[in-house]
Design a protein around this ligand. Structure first.
Ligand code: PCA
Length: 199
């Protein structure tokens, strides 16, 4: 029996007209990769709704593993995020909410570590000629917020499953429009597939 993996991506945000994570999760939805059947979700770039959405999906999907994806403009490699911090800051989200250094959770921990096997994933991606970095900051925007809420909820519910966040580079469309580094969408999808195969 296949296990279930919850794979999430984001809608477009800020100046980016598409989001490679939306395309990746939509094309992998319903497929089987390694030990997992993929159940995908595309989340809005909204500070107000993200905590509720991930809690609801963990309750409904009952995943055996979770991989969250987000776009980071200006990166040259897949970033395996090591840590999520209890802080939101940065540009306004898609609903116009402008964070200003607030805590995500008043009584939550300052930081929570990814429970994905980062070192193994780094090795596998390099062996497959996919540039990869273990990153020590997921920023303070929606991606960090989702990673924090997801890991905190799993802790609260005593669910000991692999979960974490992966930032991917722009696709070619965004790369050309914004003069930032980019990969073909297919290459991004292969990187995500390799990660899931090796959880
Ligand atoms: N990346 C943003 C939010 C949505 C996305 O794909 C981030 O890195 O926070």
């Amino acid at each position: 029996m296949l296990k279930t993996l919850l794979l999430t991506g984001y809608e477009p945000f800020l100046k980016f007209e598409t989001n490679p994570t939306e395309s990746a999760v939509k094309s992998l939805n319903g497929t089987s990769i390694g030990e997992y059947k993929i159940v995908s979700r595309v989340y809005p770039v909204s500070f107000k709704s993200i905590a509720c959405l991930i809690k609801k999906d963990i309750d409904e999907v009952k995943p055996d593993a979770i991989v969250h994806l987000g776009l980071a403009g200006n990166i040259h490699s897949v970033h395996l995020e090591r840590i999520a911090i209890n802080c939101i800051d940065g540009r306004p989200d898609n609903e116009g909410f402008h964070p200003n250094g607030e805590k995500i959770s008043e009584d939550g921990p300052d930081a929570i570590f990814s429970s994905l096997p980062l070192k193994r994933l780094e090795k596998v991606l390099l062996e497959n000629n996919i540039p990869v970095t273990i990153s020590n900051s997921a920023g303070t925007y929606l991606c960090n917020n989702l990673m924090y809420c997801s890991l905190y909820y799993l802790k609260e519910k005593n669910l000991n499953i692999p979960s974490g966040f992966v930032h991917v580079p722009a696709n070619m469309e965004i790369s050309i429009a914004n003069k930032i580094p980019g990969w073909p969408q297919n290459y991004i999808n292969v990187a995500v597939t390799k990660i899931i195969e090796n959880l």
